[in-house]
Ligand binder design. Structure first.
Ligand code: NDP
Length: 249
């Protein structure tokens, strides 16, 4: 809905690619001023900037590695100097890998846990002073947190920790009027995945879709709609919640 977030200042981590890109564009269409945190340079950034130019807000593309405290400080500093206050924060950045637990190195453990979990601590911690009453934090979780996925113990642990962190913060930050929720996507087919997909992947997706009650993979904008709702005043009495966007899995 256009105007739902008119004039709201929102930071989105990992906001230039995949689900995060869908979130950025949806929020911008709803009238938000989006501070997009990205890590990897590429032509996709120019394309995103062009799309954002067609939306009403004032947007920023800021390169920052969310696992680096100094970078996160710079990201939030950019939001402070361009917008003064922050009404919304979406921690979407995340990485995944498939590794037998016995072969999981400390480096890989930290790469995955630091991006989903430690970065969530960093971005909320640094943004909090800019948040006004009515602000809303949304973290992008994973079903892995509750079911556990073999070969992805690091990812599962990170996403489970994220839920705990957000639930704790929902209680701690309520007195200052800040709401905190988690959105859990199911199987989402991002543009990149479709582009990179070969025959084998297409067959897998088709086969797997039959196990999803709604019979198909989700789209980034469907996750983005849930995030938009949780950032808006329409969810003003919802905090500490985990909202699944997964076609009924
Ligand atoms: P992608 O791999 O397409 O995108 C990951 C995003 O995270 C990119 O924007 C990337 O930025 C960013 N990122 C990774 N590491 C860093 C870092 N150190 N600093 C800053 N940004 C970083 O993933 P998806 O879009 O598929 O996933 C997005 C979120 O949704 C993740 O948290 C994932 O766990 C979760 N999720 C996804 C599901 C799916 O089916 N796709 C299912 C369940 C959960 P850049 O490109 O600039 O490097």
């Amino acid at each position: 809905m256009t105007g739902q977030l008119a004039g709201r200042n929102v930071i989105v981590t990992g906001g230039a690619r995949g689900i995060g890109r869908g979130i950025t564009l949806r929020l911008a269409t709803a009238g938000a001023n989006v501070v997009v945190c990205y890590r990897t340079e590429g032509p996709h950034l120019e394309a995103l900037a062009r799309q954002l130019a067609d939306t009403p807000g004032r947007h920023r593309l800021v390169r920052a590695d969310v696992t680096d405290a100094g970078d996160v400080e710079r990201l939030v500093g950019d939001a402070r100097s361009s917008h003064r206050t922050v009404h919304g924060l979406v921690h979407n950045a995340g990485v995944i890998s498939t590794v037998p637990f016995g072969e999981l190195t400390p480096q890989e453990w930290h790469r995955v846990v630091d991006t989903s979990l430690t970065a969530a601590y960093l971005v909320v911690n640094k943004t909090l002073p800019l948040m006004t009453a009515g602000a809303s934090v949304v973290a992008i979780g994973s079903r892995a947190a509750t079911v556990g996925i073999p070969l992805r113990a690091h990812y599962t642990a990170a996403k489970a920790g994220l839920v705990g962190l957000m639930r704790s913060l929902s209680k701690e930050l309520s007195p200052q009027g800040v709401r905190v929720n988690v959105v859990v996507p199911g199987m989402i087919e991002t543009e990149e995945a479709v582009r990179a997909g070969n025959e084998q992947r297409r067959a897998f997706v088709e086969n797997h879709s039959h196990r999803i009650p709604l019979g198909r993979y989700g789209r980034p904008e469907e996750v983005a709609n849930a995030v938009t709702f949780l950032l808006s005043d329409q969810s003003s009495y919802i905090t500490g919640e985990t909202l699944h966007v997964d076609g009924g899995i």
